[in-house]
Design a protein around this ligand. Structure first.
Ligand code: ADP
Ligand code: ZN
Ligand code: ZN
Length: 757
């Protein structure tokens, strides 16, 4: 690069513009600059395959390998620069590591508004105020709008656009001369939701919390992952708040807090807003409108927002002064993206923290085995001890609030006390007692709908999804059979489609049915159900939660939506209806997930000053998982799971990636995957010397749900104890797949560090 224009400033008015596009081709494209003022990182519009696309400028070389007469010209340039070098470096890393086209990686990380062919002006929001005393008689008799606007501005120290808009739709036109003359002033505001009143309730940290805060702050300013392991209610959030207060005290510095699903944890956001009210805070998640999303993103990118709270995609948000990252509930599987680029936000956060040289705090009551492994080394047992612990472990052992006790956990053996309509006599009795005492109860069942199966007792027919190899769930109120995998709905048949028998019965329990049972058993109780069917829209959950806090609900029934982070002081009983299917799942991660889930629901009980009780209905009360749960001893359970993983060479003891393929016809999938395994094995054999450790290539298999949405599915698992070697193999496999003649007839994807197959 030696052109004068480039060396002084990365601007070019002629020459080549090299861009990335949102197309599934892993390469960059050259265009001619027709004399526009184009900078590195700009958004430009280019012609591509008969369409116009948004592109991001990656380089401004002087020459292209493509002859100039074959090159098309850039059509338009927008003057925003959405990316900085650091963010692009992170995206480059992810594209390589997850084997996803770089252009798609880059563009998918942007808010939708920046992927559209439009200038990125989020409409600015202003607050208006009088700057001078209003001269007598300024508004003439017929200037009614002006008079009212002035009256409003005199009443309030500041007025929002919405307030002024209530006066008249022509308010903008009327107020403009006042702005011009300096009578009225305005200041721009970031469209963040109103800050809550500042809360001065600041508990004195206990020793464990104080130690954690000090340890992290002592090493602030350099890369260090921390695993903050603390039971629910142990005061992790309080630790986050103290860290933020300290880190943000430095002018300009920014912090990113990631949460699994923000709309499930409105309380958390509220706490941050009230305790850190002096710092501008924006959220980034899927419940924002596109213009809010753009505005919040821009506030983060410009440095105006000091705190960003977001879900997994926010890990890519450019933040020029990022000094701290926090991942709450780091074990939560919603940090893993399940389509497009299948990244894991926790892993990306670690890479980002390393690139920025800052601390990253992973918090959980039930850390993922990945993080546990990284933090423990020695303590996890002999096999893991070869590993250098790269994370530092900080433990909070007890509940923080003075009176709050950990709940007592009991198993109810369903082989001795069979449940009736889902409830054992013990659970019914416990519910009765809570109703008598005026305390609240929560019943946890992780299946929405009425019943998981519709069954014909004459011929054993079971209702299947028309598009998937899965059973459909009966939703009685809507009179529908719904597939929870593809969303397909069908009417409930009046008789058995197989034998004509009219006596079709729902089998098993789900939330609607439990609700019905409770209403019959306890007609006087106020019962509320919380699942994806009842909680729709932004504020539905918040409303329901405040009803619970206000004591307007006696019994809550809910799915895992209820398990997270809510703090109900008067809730003293948690009943877990059915976990046995998860206990014996073929998925090796099932028990890790189940433990986390149960620990979390159990954590809902006894948050206030009354002791909590948890009843788990199971046919396997002797299971080691329950023993560990009863002792609230995740460490021991995690260590035993880890030993198992080490023996079996499953993650985190080894690395895996899966190549998944699907097509209308399984023969095609099988052929493709068989070819793949063969050529991958040949590749490994041929390059044996180049591999530090030889990866394993398994035969093609079908997943649990072999057909999904009318597509037949299969996958091949690649596994290796060494990350680099697996990446080497993947690179070859992906290159191979991109060339494959069947490419057009099947869909395939790579899922690195896959959680689900
Ligand atoms: P976690 O995030 O681990 O679930 P929280 O930070 O939400 O825990 O704390 C649980 C409860 O204990 C909250 O009501 C919080 O205000 C309170 N709390 C936290 N730290 C302390 C402390 N040091 N002293 C008294 N109460 C505390
Ligand atoms: Zn039948
Ligand atoms: Zn289906």
């Amino acid at each position: 690069m030696c052109s004068a224009a480039l060396s002084s400033q990365p601007t070019a008015t002629t020459g080549i513009v090299r861009v990335v596009l949102d197309v599934p081709l892993d390469r960059q494209f050259d265009y001619l600059n027709p004399g526009l003022d184009i900078r590195l990182g700009n958004r430009v519009v280019v012609p591509f395959a008969g369409r116009q696309l948004i592109a991001i400028v990656m380089a401004l070389p002087e020459e292209s390998e493509v002859p100039a007469n074959k090159l098309k010209a850039v059509l338009q340039v927008f003057d925003d620069v959405p990316f900085d070098d650091t963010t692009l470096k992170l995206l480059r890393f992810c594209a390589d590591y997850y084997h996803y086209p770089f252009g798609q990686t880059v563009l998918a990380s942007l808010p939708l508004r920046l992927r559209q062919i439009k200038p990125a002006v989020s409409r600015k929001m202003w607050m208006y105020a009088l700057a001078q005393v209003v001269p007598e008689g300024l508004a003439g008799k017929r200037q009614l709008v002006l008079a009212r606007l002035l009256a409003l501005l005199q009443q309030h120290s500041e007025c929002s656009e919405a307030q002024l808009g209530d006066v008249s739709s022509s308010w903008r036109k009327t107020i403009q001369p006042l702005l011009d003359s300096g009578l009225v002033s305005r200041r721009e505001v970031v469209a963040i939701r109103p800050s809550l009143a500042a809360s001065d309730h600041e508990p004195t940290l206990n020793d464990e919390q104080a130690h954690a805060v000090k340890a992290i702050l002592d090493k602030a300013g350099r890369f260090q992952p921390w695993l903050l392991f603390g039971v629910t209610g142990s005061g992790k959030t309080e630790v986050y708040i103290r860290l933020l207060q300290a880190v943000l005290a430095e002018p300009q510095s920014q912090a990113l807090i990631m949460v699994p699903e923000i709309n499930l944890t409105p309380q958390l956001e509220g706490r941050f807003r009230s305790r850190l009210s002096q710092f501008s805070l924006v959220t980034l998640h899927s419940h924002l409108s596109e213009s809010e999303r753009l505005q919040h993103w821009q506030a983060a990118q410009s440095g105006e927002a000091r705190i960003v709270i977001g879900t997994r995609l926010s890990v890519f948000t450019p933040m020029p002064h990022l000094k701290l990252m926090i991942l709450d509930e780091e074990h939560d599987s919603s940090y893993k993206q399940q389509d497009g680029m299948r990244y894991h936000a926790r892993d990306v956060a670690l890479v980002r923290a390393k690139q920025c040289g800052i601390p990253v705090v992973l918090g959980s009551a039930t850390p993922s085995l990945e993080s546990w492994y990284n933090a423990l080394g020695q303590a996890a047992g002999p096999a893991a001890s070869q590993k250098n612990p790269s994370y530092r472990l900080l433990t909070l052992k007890n509940r923080a609030a003075a009176q709050a006790q950990l709940p007592r956990i009991f198993c109810v053996d369903t082989t001795h006390s069979p449940p009736e309509a889902g409830l054992t006599p013990q659970l019914k009795q416990a519910l009765t007692l809570r109703l008598q005492r005026g305390e609240q109860s929560l019943l946890f069942i992780n299946r929405r709908g009425y019943a998981p199966v519709l069954h014909c007792s004459a011929c054993q027919w079971l209702a299947d999804c028309r598009r998937c190899s899965a059973k459909v769930v009966l939703h009685l109120r809507q009179r529908l059979l719904r597939c929870h995998h593809c969303g397909d709905e069908q009417p409930v048949p009046l008789q058995c489609p197989s034998c004509g028998n009219a006596d079709l019965r729902p089998v098993g329990q789900a939330t609607q049915r439990v609700e019905e049972t409770l209403q019959q058993l306890f007609p006087q109780a106020r019962v509320a159900r919380v699942d994806r069917d009842t909680i729709q829209g932004k504020d539905a959950l918040t409303e329901l939660l405040s009803a619970v806090h206000a004591g307007k609900v006696d019994i809550l029934i809910g799915t895992q939506m209820l398990a997270k982070g809510h703090d109900f002081a008067n809730l003293t009983l948690v009943g877990v209806l059915d976990t046995d299917s998860a206990l014996h799942s073929p998925d090796y991660r099932a028990s890790e997930r189940l433990f986390a889930q149960l620990m979390q629901v159990a954590g809902r009980a006894g948050r206030g000053d009354k002791p909590g009780e948890v009843l788990i209905q199971t046919a396997f009360p002797q299971h080691a998982l329950f023993a560990a749960l009863q002792q609230q001893n995740y460490a021991e359970f995690a260590n035993s799971l880890l030993q198992e993983r080490i023996t079996l060479q499953f993650p985190p003891a080894a690395y895996i990636a899966v190549m998944k393929a699907e097509a209308a016809d399984y023969a095609l999938v099988e052929q493709f995957l068989t070819d793949l395994t063969q050529s991958a094995r040949e590749f490994v054999a041929q390059h044996a010397d180049a591999f530090a450790e030889k990866p394993m290539i398994y035969d093609p298999v079908r997943p649990g749900i072999a057909r999904l949405n009318r597509m037949e599915r299969g996958y091949v698992m690649l596994q290796c104890g060494q990350r680099g070697a697996l990446q080497q193999l993947l690179q070859a496999a992906v290159a191979w797949a991109r060339q494959h003649p069947m490419q057009a007839k099947i869909r395939w994807v790579v899922d690195v560090d896959a959680l689900e197959y």
